[in-house]
Write a protein that binds this ligand. Structure first.
Ligand SMILES: N[C@@H](CCC(=O)N[C@@H](CS)C(=O)NCC(=O)O)C(=O)O
Length: 205
């Protein structure tokens, strides 16, 4: 049995979406990060980094969206979520790494500036850059990653669950999604999938 530790509306949405898409048997455990539950000993015993998502598996806990997405896809081969050539797998890994290490971190400067600087001035200066940085990231995705209609082409893969987050980050930063027509069409397609709707209902979005 798998257990997903998540916070509503957080980046755990990506891992949650894929669990639902592949028809996994899983339980959910909410960690209300707005109330600091992620820093309490009970959760730090699950993920010492104090972040969501985390996925408890029979073999141990996995953290980091790209790793969870790979695990869920690989353990549910019937869902055919992983590309089947080494090059296509590497392309998928590159997109998921970009989303994790660059795009998510660019977004985090909006609300989590205290991770990088103590002074209010420095935090405000970082905030001021978020919309422009995210717009640049969206352009890279639009021009170089998103093949269409799905991330890697004709079929939905684990990358698509992760891409669900990008329009949400853009909206929170005040970046207009309609400037990125492929991303907008991709998001609209996601919003028609039963798995997306089921997960959104759990997250109250
Ligand atoms: N690289 C991690 C990032 C996880 C992360 O930063 N999650 C946020 C929620 S979107 C979190 O737990 N924040 C709580 C905090 O910073 O206290 C991943 O992709 O899983």
């Amino acid at each position: 049995m798998l257990t997903l530790y998540y916070a509503k509306g957080s980046s755990a949405l990506a891992s949650h979406l894929l669990l639902e898409e592949v028809g996994a048997e899983y339980a959910v455990h909410e960690v209300p990060i707005a109330h600091g539950a992620n820093h309490e000993p009970a959760y730090l015993a699950v993920n010492p980094k104090g972040r969501v998502p985390a996925l408890k598996t029979p073999e141990g806990v996995i953290t980091e969206n790209p790793a969870i997405l790979n695990y869920v896809a690989a353990t549910h081969p019937q869902a055919e979520m992983l590309p089947d050539t080494p090059f296509a797998r590497a392309e998928a890994d590159a997109l998921n790494a970009y989303l994790c290490a660059t795009v998510h971190v660019a977004f985090a400067h909006l609300l989590r500036g205290a991770r990088w600087a103590d002074s209010a001035e420095a935090q405000a200066a970082m905030k001021d850059k978020v919309a422009a940085n995210l717009a640049d990231c969206a352009q890279v995705i639009e021009d170089h990653y998103l093949k269409g209609p799905w991330a890697l082409g004709d079929t939905y893969t684990h990358c698509d669950a992760y891409l669900f987050l990008v329009p949400r980050w853009l909206a929170k930063a005040g970046v207009d999604l309609s400037d990125f027509p492929k991303l907008e069409a991709h998001h609209n397609a996601l919003l028609h999938r039963p798995a997306t709707l089921a997960v959104m209902a759990i997250h109250g979005i």
